[in-house]
Design a binder for this molecule. Sequence first.
Ligand code: SF4
Length: 136
Amino acid sequence: MGKAIYQPKGAAAEYAKYACNFYIGCSNECSYCYCKRWKWGNVPILKKCFKDEKHALEVFEKELNANLSELQKHGLFFSFTTDPMLKETESVTAKALFFAITMYLRRKSSELSANISSLFFLMSCSNVLCTTSSAI
Ligand code: SF4
């Protein structure tokens, strides 16, 4: 699908049909975390495919725009590779949510079908599925 928004494969697909990862690594260092297995560090690092957060958000916005109807049906999971609400990651997560909500509201009033009435987000890492969810 894209660099920011993608379709998880294997076991990850059981959690979410679509997901978004901006950062890799997590400072929470939970003992049971699969991050250790993949040798992700305890400092979140922006994925290499992004030049900086501005670029990451530009990519996200483009991919969101191209797939909004599908994301409305299935939701969008943040994130499999970090806690999306760490002090290092929350800014880009919040900006991405702002883009998504703004785009949804713009489209809703113009081209989207009236029976598609919500846009769901799940925020968590997949190890801790006590998620924060939001729907508009
Ligand atoms: S919060 Fe999630 S990603 Fe971070 S260390 Fe704990 S289980 Fe791993």
